[in-house]
Design a protein around this ligand. Structure first.
Ligand code: GRF
Length: 193
């Protein structure tokens, strides 16, 4: 039985797309049953719809608190019978309750070699620090931001003359490669928290 996966996005959704493409293979151990966005005009929603995947929008600004928003998301995940959650450019902090509820069943992709460069503007900070390498990490989500155990990482060189944009593009290509691989490991029970 394929694991039922919901993807949470806030924007362009290129990682979501990589997961949807991977999951379209007959032998992939997961199926994408829902794409949920906290932003009504997130670019990724159109692609998901085109592929016939159920989409939902829950705009955080319509909820009185972070907890109320998270409960609304949880209801949508339950309605879709999601077993795993993949955060893909989802730009909201999640409440501890929500994270605990999905403990070991929720993963995220972060554009740095964690534990280095948690948070935002990872590429700019890596260039400014004169790093020789940058990269990306797929990790289990724990209550602390960008802190959970890594499942897969990929490393790329920082090249002379790199800008935030050129480095981000080099890293993003690796994100699209490792995220589907990491989701496979989790869906097959080969990576556990
Ligand atoms: C990616 O770089 C991801 O690592 C970070 O946010 C970006 C989202 O891009 N968390 P996309 O929406 O998947 O294209």
């Amino acid at each position: 039985m394929k694991k039922r996966v919901a993807i949470l996005i806030s924007g362009r959704g290129s990682n979501m797309r990589a997961l949807i493409e991977a999951a379209s293979a007959p032998d992939y151990p997961a199926q994408i049953v829902l794409v949920l966005s906290n932003v009504a005009d997130a670019g990724g929603l159109a692609f998901a719809k085109e592929r016939g995947i159920a989409t939902e929008v829950a705009e955080h600004k319509n909820y009185a608190s972070r907890e109320a928003f998270d409960r609304a998301m949880d209801e949508k995940l339950a309605a879709a019978k999601a077993e795993l959650v993949a955060l893909a450019g989802f730009m909201r902090l999640l409440s501890t309750d929500f994270v605990e509820q999905w403990r070991g069943r929720m993963i995220n992709i972060h554009p740095s070699l964690l534990p280095a460069y948690k948070g935002l503007h990872t590429h700019r900070r890596a260039i400014e620090a004169g790093e020789a390498f940058a990269g990306c990490t797929v990790h289990f989500v724990t209550p602390e931001l960008d802190d959970g155990p890594a499942i897969l990482q990929a490393k790329v060189p920082v090249l002379p003359g790199d800008t935030e944009e050129t480095l981000a593009a080099r890293v993003l290509a690796e994100e699209h490669r490792i995220y589907p691989e990491a989701l496979r490991l989790v869906a097959e029970g080969k990576a556990t928290l």
